[in-house]
Ligand binder design. Structure first.
Ligand SMILES: Cc1cc2nc3c(=O)[nH]c(=O)nc-3n(C[C@H](O)[C@H](O)[C@H](O)COP(=O)(O)O)c2cc1C
Length: 380
């Protein structure tokens, strides 16, 4: 099977598992503690039953939508995924190019290999930019200034990671811990395709957005350790307010899982939220996003944009999330697997597959426009 003939997220996952060194595959695939919430995200979403409707003239299905002041070709965006430049050569720039070709937004992670400037140069529309608040506030200042200079429309502040959740796979895979450098080298040697494409030709392996402040320390060799030392657990709504004052573009909070927090976000002038549990990578045991979404959407979706992520692996899953109350969906692992399996061509194929599945699901549910997808599409 040629790589771009891969069609499902499960096939991309398996191809990424074969192509990537274990420390990278496990970093993408893994989650916190027993990985219960991660599995629950997928299981709960898959269990959402849709209504089948008939004889409603579905000859013209339109997947486009307007959200956060922009037109999207479908209600899907590439969400922030750290280290994507390690899954394929200059992976963030490749992914941005594909997202633009397909008419959807991409949100670049703070912790990417390609810098914001490199990714902004990859296509006409600048990416959205995801921020973490670090102890040294110069990072934040610098990143916001750069997002402004790059003409980003939207900042996405991730608020569910004041401390990193324990991800045991990372400790065992060579991603972190003693002897991890030697382990990673050995793994690279046994994955020659990756070693040539990314290990050698994909250099520099530095966190491009942090390099101006970190210099040589921005090398990814102690990635998890650096996160643990530098993320700021003291963050409160005060920092959100400061950012709101400084940033005149759209501001989105990512990592909301509670209706009270969503309501609070309204009081702080936030334009949108991403209902998210970080793909089960933070607090294991919290509800799936499919379970949390309806209550949150009911509380705030008439006053702010409600996006969601977690367990979305297909176009059908996108329609399920919309039926549960979201207006847009962020992909996480789905696009990371596709990028790791087949680079930009993989991401392109994944998005093509999602588009086709959304169209078929809409037609068989008897709707022709994205705005018509709501809870009336849920089977009781
Ligand atoms: C490998 C990996 C790296 C991630 N890095 C970030 C990040 O840098 N910033 C962020 O806000 N979320 C990050 N996330 C979380 C995703 O944006 C998203 O919330 C999550 O992956 C959604 O779940 P799903 O992968 O099951 O679709 C990451 C997720 C993965 C799998």
């Amino acid at each position: 099977m040629s790589e771009v003939s891969l069609a499902t997220a499960a096939e991309f996952r398996e191809a990424a598992r074969r192509r990537l060194p274990r420390f990278l595959f496990d970093y993408i695939d893994g989650a916190a503690y027993d990985e219960l919430t991660c599995r629950r995200n997928v299981a709960d979403l898959g269990a959402v039953r849709l209504r089948q409707r008939v004889l409603r003239d579905v000859s013209l299905v339109d997947t486009s939508t307007d959200l956060l002041g922009e037109s999207w070709a479908m209600p899907v965006a590439l969400g922030p995924v750290g280290l994507s430049g390690m899954y394929a050569r200059r992976g963030e720039a490749q992914a941005k190019r594909i997202a633009s070709e397909r008419g959807i937004p991409m949100c670049l992670s703070t912790l990417s290999l390609c810098s914001l400037e490199e990714v902004a140069a990859a296509s006409e529309r600048p990416p959205w930019f995801q921020l973490y608040i670090m102890r040294d506030r110069r990072f934040l200042q610098d990143l916001v200034d750069r997002a402004e200079a790059a003409h980003c429309s939207t900042l996405v502040l991730t608020v569910d990671m004041p401390v990193p959740g324990a991800r045991y796979r990372d400790a065992r895979s060579g991603m972190s811990g003693p002897n991890s450098a030697a382990s990673r080298l050995l793994q690279a040697a046994t994955h020659p395709g990756w070693a040539w494409d990314v290990g050698l030709r994909g250099r520099p392996h530095r966190l491009g957005n942090l390099e101006p402040l970190l210099g040589a320390q921005s090398h990814i060799k102690d990635y998890m350790g650096w996160i643990a030392r530098n993320f700021d657990p003291s963050v409160t709504w005060r920092e959100v307010d400061e950012l709101r004052r400084r940033w005149s573009g759209r501001l989105v909070l990512k990592g909301i899982l509670d209706a009270d927090d969503a309501r609070e976000a309204l009081n702080h002038g936030i334009d949108g939220i991403v209902v998210s549990n970080h793909g089960g990578r933070q607090l294991d045991g919290v509800p799936s996003t499919a379970a949390a979404l309806p209550t949150i959407a009911a509380a705030v979706s008439d006053r702010m944009a409600v996006l969601v992520d977690g367990g979305v692996r297909s176009g059908l899953d996108v329609v399920r999330m919309l039926a549960l109350g979201a207006q847009g969906v962020l992909l996480g692992r789905a696009w990371a697997y596709a990028l790791g399996a087949a680079g930009g061509a993989g991401v392109s194929r994944l998005l093509q597959m999602m588009d086709a599945e959304i169209r078929v699901a809409m037609a068989l549910g008897g709707v022709t426009r994205v705005e018509q997808i709501d809870q009336s599409l849920l089977a009781s």
